[in-house]
Ligand binder design. Structure first.
Ligand SMILES: *Cc1c(COP(=O)(O)O)cnc(C)c1O
Length: 420
């Protein structure tokens, strides 16, 4: 459930009519709903209540905007970060270092050091090499890094191949067959408190069974490690729960997910961490755009050319992803259209042969479910600058990320003297 709905024929974000935002900030612009973020944060937390005291770490990569992180911080969430930049954002949003989990297959030495200096709560180690390096750095600093070993359970998440992370051929985690050996080596290192295991098999999962299969494997590994004499106190079950992008898509609810986790982890006797991203932020944002013009006369349906493009919302170009597309002030008439951006790439296509609200030049529309993996994937391709972001809270709203003009980006560029 979200807070983007028609009122008196005009789409609102909570109590704010979207045309007001378009008028004052311009388009394209991402619009986030605080109430929706909070609702999702609470629904997810409530769904896990039967598990007792769990740690919730919002996956910052899904939406790293500082205002969004602040909402999550106020809801009691920590952060799952995958870079030094995300780590600094989580701290800037007021998250406690102890509530920060550092994931990612390519943490640099500088990033490991940063995490140690900030005394973050947990490193999810993705290779023996990384574990050794982290242990060495921590020992030099005279501290102990809290860590889990990320394993690759080799299950097919049944999601898009580019967001699947838990198959043997993916770069993430340590293959299960090597997990015991790797754990034994790293657990013995000074500077490291290897206290458990982590798993994350992919994103936009629409079925619980791959997650359940992965968690079963984690449970067996925990038992194994304990038999081998290791003290296993923490397990991180990652993120990955899908959201509905289009009618008919019925991802498992957080409650169903929570019930499955409770069943599978019964008796593990560990402290659990979760890293939800999309399920919190996805439906809490829309990308508001204006139709530049409608181009007719080709072979197929007309092209509705909007002022948002693949540089602002990459998911359709990247994954062939579907985003519902709706007029902000629908007339009631419908059309079939190809919805495209202005960028000089055929890939800059949001939808083909889409049945949607009839739209004309100058009218406003939204791409829904754009709150996760939206603005954060933006680029300045075609020298379009970076899209602005707004957060709505009831009847108030604020710009939470300025639009960055193409000139600001080119200001950072230089023509060397020898070219002048
Ligand atoms: C991306 C990612 C997440 C969040 O995934 P969602 O599908 O957005 O919930 C969690 N953990 C790790 C390690 C990730 O890479």
């Amino acid at each position: 459930m979200d807070h983007f709905a028609l009122r008196g024929g005009v789409m609102h974000a909570e109590d704010v009519p979207l045309p007001v935002i378009a008028q004052e900030v311009g388009t394209p612009v991402y619009v986030y709903s605080r109430a929706t973020l909070e609702r999702h944060a609470r629904v997810f937390r409530d769904a896990l209540a039967p598990l007792g005291d769990v740690h919730l770490a919002f996956a910052v990569k899904s939406n790293p905007n500082l205002a969004v992180l602040k909402v999550m911080q106020r809801e009691g969430y920590g952060a799952d970060v995958v870079s030094g930049g995300e780590l600094m954002r989580a701290l800037a949003a007021g998250m406690a270092p102890a509530d920060i989990v550092f994931s990612g297959v390519g943490k640099t030495r500088a990033e490991l050091l940063l995490g140690l200096e900030k005394r973050i709560g947990q490193f999810n180690i993705e290779s023996r090499e990384e574990g050794r390096e982290l242990a060495e750095l921590a020992a030099e600093m005279g501290v102990e890094a809290q860590a889990t070993l990320r394993i690759n359970p080799d299950v097919d998440a049944g999601t898009h191949e580019k967001i699947s992370t838990g198959r043997a051929e993916n770069k993430f985690g340590i293959p299960l067959v090597h997990a015991r050996e790797a754990f034994a080596e790293l657990a013995g290192l000074e500077g490291l408190n290897l206290r458990g295991v982590a798993v994350h098999i992919g994103s936009q999962l629409l079925d619980l069974s791959p997650l359940e299969a992965a968690f079963e494997k984690v449970g067996a590994l925990v038992a194994n490690l304990r038999e081998a004499g290791h003290n296993v106190t923490h397990v991180d079950l990652g993120g990955g729960l899908g959201v509905p992008y289009k009618a008919g898509e019925n991802p498992p609810s957080p409650a169903e997910y929570g019930a499955m986790v409770a069943r599978v982890t019964k008796g593990w006797g560990v402290h659990l961490t979760f890293e939800p991203g999309r399920v919190i932020a996805g439906n809490a944002g829309v990308l508001l755009t204006r139709v530049v013009r409608v181009k007719r006369g080709g072979n197929g349906p007309p092209f509705v050319i909007v002022d948002a493009a693949m540089n602002d919302l990459a998911r359709p170009a990247l994954y062939g992803a579907w985003h519902d597309f709706e007029a902000v002030e629908p007339s009631g008439e419908r059309m079939t259209a190809n919805i495209v951006g202005p960028i000089c790439e055929t890939g800059d296509t949001f939808a083909r042969d889409r049945e949607c609200d009839a739209l004309q030049s100058g009218e406003l529309a939204v791409f829904r479910t754009a709150g996760a993996y939206g603005a954060t994937m933006a680029s300045s391709y075609n020298s379009r600058g970076f899209v602005a972001e707004v957060m709505v809270d009831g009847s108030q709203w604020a710009v939470v990320a300025d639009r960055i003009a193409p000139e600001t980006i080119s200001d950072a560029e230089r023509v060397p003297e020898w070219l002048e």
